[in-house]
Write a protein that binds this ligand. Sequence first.
Ligand code: UD1
Length: 418
Amino acid sequence: MDKLVVNGRKRLVGEVAISGAKNAAVAVIPAAVMAKGVSVLENLPDIEDVKSLCHTIEKMGGKCKYLDKHTLEIDCSADMDYRATFEEVQKMRASYYLLGALLARYGKAEVAMPGGCNFGKRPIDLHLKGFRALGATVVEEDGMVKAYADKLVGTSIYMDQVSVGATINVMLAATMAEGVTTIENAAKEPHVVDTANYLNMMGANIKGAGTDVIRIKGVSELKGAQYTIIPDQIEAGTYMIAAAITGGDVLIKNIIPKHMDSLTAKLDEMQVKVVEGDDSIRIIADTPLKAVNVKTMSYPGFPTDLQPQIAALLAVCNGQSVLTENVWENRYQYIEELRKLGAQVHIDGRIATIDGVPHFNGAAVSATDLRAGAAMILAALAAEGETVIDGVRYIDRGYEDVEFKLQALGADIKRMVI
Ligand code: UD1
């Protein structure tokens, strides 16, 4: 159980390169299973979730070979098992994409119920409703989701709620269905677009990803493809906030600035200087920061996956901020940990009212989930004295080389391997 030890109040200065997007990678890797062929995926982040998916695919009969730290060759030419039942699958929420992928390739899929970060109910009813609309029979039994179809037939599907996972999963299944599927009220997140782009390179016919209507004309087979994963919007946002919270000056490279618009707007409102380049953003924080109100929403709104990190920043701004979590019903468990560092936060349902304090004070805290862990690191960077963070395994699920990237910017952060 590793811990991170941070001595805070060091101004971050320099450059940091952002890794490939976790949430795109965990959708694109299962999509690779749909082709009887070889795909080469580039710019994959070197994180635990990607490794877990590789192990899963290998156990199912596929072959995964790293060509370098960030490039993976996935060979699914041989027939694979349509069941993913093992413990590993349950650890990771995104294993549910194997359902759509296997259903498309084999007309049958059995996948252990997904796990992942726990912030309240995380239903997958919309995924299953979409599969059923395409003609599949779906049952949930013995901790497994089982889906079968003699053939999948395209149809029109209206998503009751905007869901990234359901949009991608139904898109995977519909890619090889007979006829045309339209997904209305689709999620527009960058990783939805990235998955559609990869599927199209494999021979799929998907139009409209990135808008709220996606139109999929089914094809009978897919081939392997070479594809480069987009940069990670959430990792980029975390480093933007790291620069702001330490009064730093950091160039964040290898990003798509457009993906950062909702955060850029908030940082700008807080009086952080944000300078956009073609594929970089420079953050300069040299004045006291103003409190602002933030509401999480689906893309292009402010991402819920940056909510804990922005809360850490708001907690050391001048004045009162109101944070509203609109996506997940229980994503404030980490606030208790932030309070240990001195944050003044009042929670009422989905609303957190934050009264800024001059600075945090170091303490022992836990990462209660992946992004909560990122918030603990950010708070620790701004804290007087030493902070020890445990639960680092959550952080390793989604942040590549986090301590090395921060050390290179001048942070005093070390991993204690226990
Ligand atoms: C993905 C991200 C996660 C992020 C979330 C919202 C991945 C691997 N994970 O999760 O990091 O926090 O998007 O941006 O990409 N819902 C239902 N029924 C469903 C599915 C979802 O009611 O079948 C609800 C959820 O309870 C939630 C909302 O829809 O309130 C959004 O969830 P969704 O977009 O599906 O999140 P995930 O895809 O699981």
